[in-house]
Design a binder for this molecule. Structure first.
Ligand SMILES: C[S@@+](CC[C@H](N)C(=O)[O-])C[C@H]1O[C@@H](n2cnc3c(N)ncnc32)[C@H](O)[C@@H]1O
Length: 270
């Protein structure tokens, strides 16, 4: 059966939490995918290593190496671009954190920022282990699904979370926002990518009604932290609830070019 058809069936019949990891594994162990990985690795012999397909699947929703590389580059470009629009040059920052770094899709893009402390953390231990072994320029940590992290107060100039709050239910999103505020220095900046208006067509009628009332929508709340759990964020919810203790510096609908079609929010700690 076609990979896409298996995915569609699982979603349609909501075969839930236990089946989703099996589906991710199944997709990643497809022989054609593994062949493309081998070819990609041969051609990129001098670059940082490529994570195995099942890890790429976990962070990108597809095991394809091209998406991992190109998407990572685009994501880093979108971060650099929005920061510089606000006169922040990433190479001049002291310490930055990739929250929910996965297997380093974006983290690896900072390998040439010699003067910046590069940190990554994720709650998935297999992914952080891979990063620790393969991205030696970065300081990698492991956190739990719920805060806090082990970082001291005011530790970072910049924290970004690409497609991470999109996989948590609202109460946990809010506690993580408090933790980001704690570990950012005063006036430090937070970059979030979220599922906004562009996802409206993929919501069912009931979800759409909630979204249009300005409330966050979450699917599969009991699978928080996995890609099965999916959260959607109307603009007014972000402004009034999620980012209430931050100043909104910028909002770019569908601006997360490495995580299509997510919105970008740039927030400053008060
Ligand atoms: C869709 S992936 C995105 C990975 C990475 N940010 C990227 O853009 O390539 C979501 C990531 O968030 C991580 N994650 C989910 N909940 C988390 C939490 N509470 N703390 C840290 N990481 C979390 C997952 O393990 C996964 O690596």
């Amino acid at each position: 059966m076609e990979i896409r058809a298996v995915g569609a069936l699982l979603r349609r019949f909501r075969l839930l939490t236990w089946a989703f990891p099996l589906y991710e594994r199944y997709v990643a162990f497809d022989s054609k995918v593994r062949k493309r990985h081998a070819e990609f690795n041969e051609n990129r012999a001098n670059d940082l290593p490529l994570p195995p397909p099942h890890m790429i699947m976990k962070v990108a929703g597809t095991p394809e190496p091209l998406f991992y590389f190109q998407g990572g580059e685009l994501a880093a470009e979108s971060i650099v671009a929005i920061l510089s629009r606000h006169d922040i040059e990433i190479q001049n920052l002291g310490a930055i954190l990739d929250f929910g770094c996965g297997c380093g899709r974006v983290l690896r893009q900072w390998r040439h920022l010699d003067a910046v402390e590069i940190h990554g953390t994720d709650y998935n231990q297999a992914l952080t282990k891979w990063c620790s072994r393969n991205l030696p320029f970065a300081r990698i940590a492991n956190n739990r699904l719920v805060p806090p992290t082990g970082y001291p107060d005011n530790r970072f100039d910049f924290v970004y979370a690409l497609s991470v709050l999109t996989h948590l239910a609202e109460p946990l999103q809010l506690t993580w926002m408090n933790e980001f505020r704690r570990i950012l220095r005063p006036s430090g900046v937070l970059f979030l990518s979220l599922h906004g208006d562009s996802y409206l067509p993929s919501l069912n009628e009931q979800e759409r009604a909630i979204f249009l009332k300005g409330q966050a929508v979450t699917r599969f709340e009991r699978s928080e932290g996995t890609n099965l759990c999916c959260a959607f964020h109307p603009e007014s919810f972000v402004r009034k609830v999620l980012a209430k203790d931050f100043d909104v510096i910028d909002y770019v609908p569908e601006g997360a070019t490495g995580n299509p079609h997510q919105d970008v929010w740039l927030l400053r700690k008060r």
